[in-house]
Design a protein around this ligand. Structure first.
Ligand SMILES: [Ca+2]
Length: 480
């Protein structure tokens, strides 16, 4: 987009929204930096209340910006959470509502290169008809880089350079060994469209590339997406849990559970990497013209005081920490409880870049800048989740959950539970019997949403039979 059309777009924005803009900000659309942790739990940052994990850089970022206490992802596992962020559409609308995973590794099988070529991780991906956040920002004149876990398909047409990004260093499956960069024995690191092999700890390599990208693009609008694989468990056959350099593990020698100590260490190492990315923005005097966001793609395995974790539709699976900083634009040291999600990112970024979010495919989110700036309230009133038969909706302060067969399920969770998140964010007290009308209302809302999603198929790599199995399809798959 040229300068004239950008100024015209700004002129259409309300005067209130422009209060506080510097001259420089009116001349150039802001840079956007989106940093994503992998499986980092809601309480696992100092600024979100953790007493032991050291995250000084993220804590400082929060003190310079805004924390959102009620921020969610679209799914509690990796791939569909990212598809929601990348498209601004619910995973069931964009078609990527389950992990892309070569599941034989679950049973101890080690793929050889030839077998792996034909496995889901090498053949499936985000539907090529979907328009990504990269596509949208590129059309508005941005240069886009992604450094880390892409997790949206490995086939050529699914890799970042074919999905709106100009620069990619990272891997495309759901996890690697942090040191060898292998996925269960298969080398998995890429630069752009080529597989590569080099030494190094994954977090350091992704940081190195992010810093390089800022140096190379500091004089033009850029979108920097840094999806770290930390602190996700390493994907190799002989080790469970996160990996971290020994110097970081030594910081947690008092933590009895070694796996837990390595999880903490991977977070602190990532925090240091984020510190260097923030320092590079300072070096080029970009802090006043750059929106920086940090969040996680889903919950950890334990997230007390929230209930349950990764893979669940309870709060521990889908509620994540969120920090945004934009010096001079977002008030420092603020906190908001407006209910929002990663579906808000695409419309927010496209509007900041001077575009019209609604000029593309149907979106499911809202511009979040009024909330981040503290000048408006969030537009979201409802959010829906579905994963492997587990169902949930949040509507205002109310949450309805149906969790058949879940890790933490009870006889009540098989028939539908109702929680008041304002009074009970830990989802400990089921109010379904006390407020049966509210339980029914939310259940029906969820069913209406899922019917809508069923109509949105057949996007994505999976069979429409899934909606049949859930009882919301057109019946062609069922035999009875
Ligand atoms: Ca994840």
């Amino acid at each position: 987009m040229d300068r004239r059309s950008f100024l015209k777009t700004l002129a259409l924005t309300s005067a209130a929204a422009l209060a506080g803009c510097t001259q420089r900000q009116t001349l150039q659309p802001p840079n956007i930096v989106f940093i994503l942790a992998d499986d980092l739990g809601y309480p696992d940052l100092g600024c979100f209340g953790h007493k032991r994990i050291q995250t000084p850089h993220l804590d400082r970022m929060a003190s310079q910006g805004v924390k959102l206490t009620d921020f969610y992802v679209t799914c509690s596992v990796c791939t569909p959470s990212r598809s929601g962020f990348l498209t601004g559409r619910y995973p069931h609308r964009n078609g990527l509502y389950e992990n892309i995973r070569s599941n034989m590794t679950n049973y101890g099988h080690e793929y050889n290169e030839f077998e792996y070529l034909f496995s889901p991780e090498m053949t499936q991906g985000l539907d090529v008809r979907e328009v990504t956040i990269g596509d949208r920002l590129k059309a508005l004149g941005y240069t886009n880089g992604v450094f880390g876990k892409w997790d949206s398909g490995r086939k050529h047409e699914f890799l970042p350079l074919q999905r709106g990004f100009d620069d990619f260093y990272g891997f495309s499956n759901t996890g690697i060994d942090y040191w060898t960069h292998e996925r269960y024995g298969v080398p998995s690191m890429y630069r752009n469209n080529q597989r590569i092999k080099e030494e190094g700890y994954a977090t350091d390599l992704f940081k190195r590339e992010a810093v390089r990208f800022i140096r190379e693009n500091h004089d033009q609008p850029f979108f920097l997406y840094v999806p770290f694989n930390a602190p996700h468990g390493a994907s190799n056959l002989n080790y469970r849990g996160a990996q971290a350099p020994e110097s970081y593990v030594a910081m947690y020698s008092d933590v009895e559970d070694e796996r837990r100590a390595r999880y903490y260490a991977a977070i602190t190492c990532m925090d240091d990497a984020i510190g260097e990315i923030l320092d590079t923005l300072e070096e080029f005097d970009l802090a006043e013209n750059t929106l920086v966001i940090f969040t996680s793609d889903n919950g950890a395995h334990q997230n007390e005081p929230l209930r349950d974790g990764k893979g669940s539709v309870y709060e521990g699976g889908v509620r994540v920490p969120f920090i945004a900083r934009w010096r001079g634009m977002i008030p420092a040291g603020t906190e908001r409880s407006d209910f929002s999600s990663t579906l808000e990112m695409l419309p927010t970024f496209v509007r900041l870049a001077g575009g019209d979010p609604d000029s593309g495919p149907q979106l499911d989110g809202y511009d979040l800048m009024p909330v981040l700036r503290g000048i408006g309230t969030g537009e979201r009133t409802e959010h829906y989740w579905e994963l492997r038969g587990k169902r949930a909706i949040r509507a205002g302060k109310w949450k309805w959950v149906l969790d058949p067969g879940g890790r933490w399920n009870t006889p009540e969770s098989e028939i539908g539970e109702l929680f008041d998140l304002q009074a009970d964010p830990g989802e400990t007290t089921n109010l379904a019997a006390k407020y049966p009308e509210k339980e029914k209302e939310l259940r029906e809302k969820w069913e209406a949403w899922f019917w809508d999603m069923a109509q949105s198929e057949p996007r994505g790599p999976f069979s429409k039979a899934y909606f049949d199995l859930m009882g919301f399809g057109d019946g062609w798959y069922k035999l009875d």
